[in-house]
Design a protein. Sequence first.
Length: 143
Amino acid sequence: MVAPSHREWIWGAFLIRFTLGLLFFTAGLGKFIGGLGAFRGSIAKTFSETWLPSVFYVPFSHALPFAEVILGALILLGLVRFAALVLGSLLMVSLAFGMMVAGNPSIVQANIFYVGLFAAAFFIAPWDVICLDRLLFLKRGGD
């Protein structure tokens, strides 16, 4: 087996980060396009039948679309990558937890897969040089 070249690691790192950013950005944008009221209503309906108190999911439903769009844009652009990836991974873990509480195992599986992609993004971060951090700060990261 031939080891991947430096160029392949660079493009692989970019692809993982870009995909995660695109996932977050479009998920958040979809909530705005579909209507924030409708999104918040669906969250309230889903979690009102669980043991989770509304003091947790109501503020979360208000913040989530903004967090997804902002983190998505930062991850897409590769700006403050480390902080954006940390916050994004924590957000994915919280989404997985919420779906566990709601009893939706298929969404939990998908969210755990994305947590794995975030972990991969951390492991290959030294090769993630196609980013604004590198351009603006002239180093491997602007974190």
